[in-house]
Design a binder for this molecule. Sequence first.
Ligand SMILES: C[S@@+](CC[C@H](N)C(=O)[O-])C[C@H]1O[C@@H](n2cnc3c(N)ncnc32)[C@H](O)[C@@H]1O
Length: 231
Amino acid sequence: MRTEYPGGAMTESRRYDTAKACRLLWRAYETSSLAQRALAAVRPLIARFDRVIGHIPPGAHLFDIGCGNGMLLALADCYAASGPGVGVDTNMAAIAAAREMAAARSLPLIFRVSETPPDWPVETFGAVTMIDVLHHVPAPLRKGLIEAALERVEPGGLFIYKDMCRRPVFRRLWNQLHDLLLARQLVVVEPIEHVIGWVSRAGFAPVASERYVGAGVYGHELEVFRRPAAA
Ligand SMILES: C[S@@+](CC[C@H](N)C(=O)[O-])C[C@H]1O[C@@H](n2cnc3c(N)ncnc32)[C@H](O)[C@@H]1O
């Protein structure tokens, strides 16, 4: 059993199971539109949150950048027994849905609309996540966004980054089609080597590097880095 937070936690800790995660999200967004609920319910199949959650240290205070409607934080609360979390996103409707979900389930999560890093919380976190966000950010702003994310990682903490793959080409095209239809945006993914370079130059050490497929067709690139512990 997980430790309960004041106000009551979502559920007890258990082994991540994608089908259960889909059902959990379907229930968690019961006040959203049918389309939003359906998108939330299939997201664990597409995004493979299991791979991300597997790297979250139990009890870590989480900061999720580009949190959308808070799915990762909700699942992390349930499956990683993560500590209280903060999510930021530029999308007001997504943050409203996240707040509603967290309030209805008494989750220890805070959600904020944030346009730029100066709007983010100033404290540091045990784990900072950025999942499928960077390809939505204008190219000239990407390096700065990553550097700002790294500043929010506490000494010894983790930066967990995932985005869509650029190779093979058919997977990249599939994701571009997905974003064209759902986000009305023609996205261009940042080469993962660039991200690795930016994070490494900031002094972070590589912890894990994974390539995998979601829902049979979406290609993912996951990188996990650790900030050196304070001397
Ligand atoms: C594909 S969604 C991913 C949402 C969530 N991370 C997930 O995995 O379910 C991308 C999100 O990034 C957000 N986003 C794009 N640019 C952003 C920025 N500069 N700062 C914060 N969020 C941003 C979008 O509003 C959107 O909610």
